[in-house]
Design a protein around this ligand. Structure first.
Ligand SMILES: O=C(CO)[C@@H](O)[C@H](O)COP(=O)(O)O
Ligand SMILES: [Fe+2]
Length: 220
């Protein structure tokens, strides 16, 4: 069984000290850097765009896990590939032709992920699971950091885990929103492979210790 991966969300970083915070993640037990790209249309917030992704990529030593909260993400697939993104996740709710988008992400040389809003049923991915490297289960409504975790997520992860097993899919389950040391064990027990954590890491006195604590949770 693989160890859980921790992906600190740079949305909660200090943007005035972005290089410092990216380097903190480099030196930590984190597996990936999680980048949240918001367009102000799909979600009611605008985060950052390509120049900031480029700056992060310049200093990051771990794979870039980009979570696109933008409509019609096909427009930017090649750009993110050129910026060195490792795994590109698009929202089920933001794509007209999800299968085509996933194929285009892989054709551009990246791993492909699909994110589900809290109200979106995992069964909608039944016929595309085999084509995915990751499913991102949103445990808050996308758009902002620092929100409260939605408890229905546990059941959703368990249901998805069973679907993946039934289909012999090796896609990872990533959970994003309101995640921290308090719920990490329960999420891992439910079947999460990757934990995204923004506020719980960057607002902590010792961010590296929080990352280490979550990364060391034993997988049963
Ligand atoms: O995608 C998102 C929000 O839409 C996340 O990645 C947040 O950035 C996580 O922040 P916390 O809930 O951990 O503070
Ligand atoms: Fe995210």
């Amino acid at each position: 069984m693989n160890q859980v991966k921790i992906a600190p969300s740079l949305l909660a970083a200090d943007f005035g000290n972005l290089q410092r915070d990216v380097e903190m993640v480099n030196e930590s037990d984190a597996a990936w850097h999680h980048l949240d790209i918001m367009d102000g249309v799909f979600v009611p917030n605008i985060s950052y765009g390509m120049p900031v992704v480029k700056a992060i990529a310049k200093h990051a030593s771990k794979p870039l896990d980009a979570h696109l909260m933008i409509i019609d993400p096909d427009r930017y697939i090649q750009t993110f590939a050129d910026l060195g993104v490792y795994l590109l996740t698009v929202h089920y709710e933001a794509c007209q032709h999800l299968h085509r988008t996933v194929q285009a992400i892989r054709a551009a040389g990246m791993k492909a992920g699909v994110a589900l809003n809290p109200h979106t049923d995992v069964s909608l991915l039944k016929f595309i699971l085999k084509d995915l490297d990751l499913v991102l289960v949103m445990s808050v409504n996308p758009g902002f950091g620092g929100q409260s975790f939605i408890p229905a997520t546990y059941d959703k992860i368990r249901t998805l885990k069973k679907m993946l097993k039934d289909q012999e899919s090796s896609a990872l389950i990533e959970v994003d929103g309101g995640v921290g040391p308090d719920n990490a064990s329960k999420l891992i027990d439910a079947g999460a492979d990757v934990l995204v954590a923004g506020s719980s890491v960057f607002k902590a006195k010792d961010p590296k210790a929080i990352i280490a604590e979550m990364a060391s949770v034993k997988v049963s």
